[in-house]
Design a protein around this ligand. Structure first.
Ligand code: PLP
Length: 370
């Protein structure tokens, strides 16, 4: 932590591990850029939100639940868990709801990590893993990436008697890489059962690969597996903050002991139910993402821009030492993308796949800048 006196109040009384954390840097909000540039039509391709937003039914359900905002929400998410249970073919006793899946990741860290314990994750993995690990004074063990993706064998080798958790993002953000079913099963079969394997499937609904594993189908076989998913990505509800974990009944019981009783608000619960019921919207978004991701990758190939092949709803593109210049050039034209120096990837920008119109605009500006 630069610029603070560790001996001075309140830093001298804070938990030392907290002083080593940097605040999470979110993508720039659209309104902020529009204010700065005095423009109106900025678009955000920076935080992997669904450019089509939620389905109409989810918006309506949210508006209806506004009527009851004077009351606390359902602390146990009874109706939402019912719909999730049917959709995912698991019991309600396997589901933990969170205020976004980041909340669930935090619950997992608080249940299983004590000061001095170790959590293993990959270089370039999602930044929330070091955040939740270090917030409870546990130790982050970072294994080297292979081709920007997770090296599961290296992660297995990093396990020590102090290891409590392995975090795997599948696919990973910010690289868009994924591990296949065989690699995952090999890891699950090899790790000691006392090690909790967290499989973060935030982009699950976007992936269309035959060898991509469905973590939830594995929880009966591996009692140490916790799968997390979210309504922030394909369901288009990032602003409402709602996600969930699926795990054994016993792990779920533990997570619910540390969960704040009203962590998921009523608007989010009702919108999520409606979002789950509209399969067509999800299908449409998946298809358009696939189409625009392929089109953008083709464009990069045509212009000789390197990128990391992605199965998610973003593409991480390499501009080398021109990266800051390209980022600013795009911003100036009202296009917000995501610099990822904080992932030690200063030569890349992570670009969320937008609507076909968004992508036409992006490609047009990139052509000019290059
Ligand atoms: C976006 C994202 C999440 C989702 O976070 P929420 O708290 O559910 O909005 C989780 N994991 C990864 C890897 C992500 O990219």
């Amino acid at each position: 932590m630069n610029g603070v006196d560790r001996q001075a109040f309140p830093f001298n009384v804070a938990v030392p591990d907290i002083l080593g954390l940097a605040p999470y840097q979110p993508g720039k909000p659209v309104e902020e850029l529009e204010r700065e540039l005095g423009i109106k039509n900025a678009i955000k391709l920076a935080s992997n939100e669904n450019p089509f937003g939620p389905c109409e039914e989810a918006k309506q359900a949210m508006l209806r639940s506004q009527i009851d905002v004077g009351l606390y929400p359902d602390a146990n998410g009874y109706y939402l868990k019912g719909v999730l249970s049917q959709t995912l073919e698991v019991s309600e006793n396997n589901i933990t709801l969170g205020n976004g899946s980041n909340d669930v990741l935090d619950l997992i860290a608080r249940v299983f990590l004590q000061p001095g314990d170790e959590a293993v994750f990959s270089q370039y993995a999602f930044l929330v893993y070091p955040l939740v690990t270090r917030a409870v004074a546990a130790k982050a063990i970072v294994t080297e990436a292979a081709n920007w993706g997770h090296d599961l064998q290296a992660m297995s080798r990093a396990i020590t008697p102090r290891t409590k958790i392995i975090f795997i993002a599948n696919p990973n953000n910010p690289t868009g890489t994924y591990v296949d079913e065989q690699q995952l099963i090999e890891l699950l079969a090899g790790v000691p059962e006392r090690v909790i394997v967290v499989l973060d499937e935030a982009y699950f609904e976007y992936v269309q690969r035959a060898d991509y594993p469905d973590g939830i189908s594995l929880i009966d076989r591996y009692p140490n597996l916790v799968v997390t998913r979210t309504f922030s990505k394909i369901y288009g509800l990032a602003g409402l903050r709602i996600g969930y974990a699926v795990a054994s009944k016993d792990i779920t019981d533990l997570l619910n002991r540390v969960r704040q009783p009203f962590n998921v608000n009523a608007l989010a619960q009702n919108a999520a139910i409606a979002a789950l019921e509209n399969i067509e919207h999800v299908e449409k978004c998946r298809k358009l993402n696939q189409q625009e991701l392929a089109r953008f990758a083709e464009f990069c190939q045509e212009l000789g821009i390197a990128y990391i092949p992605s199965v998610a709803n973003f593409l991480t593109v390499e501009f080398g030492d021109k990266t800051p210049e390209i980022y600013r050039g795009l911003l100036h034209q009202g296009l917000i993308t995501r610099p990822i120096e904080n992932y030690q990837m200063p030569e890349h920008l992570r670009i969320t796949i937008g609507t076909p119109e968004d992508m036409d605009r992006l490609v047009g500006v990139l052509r000019e800048l290059l």
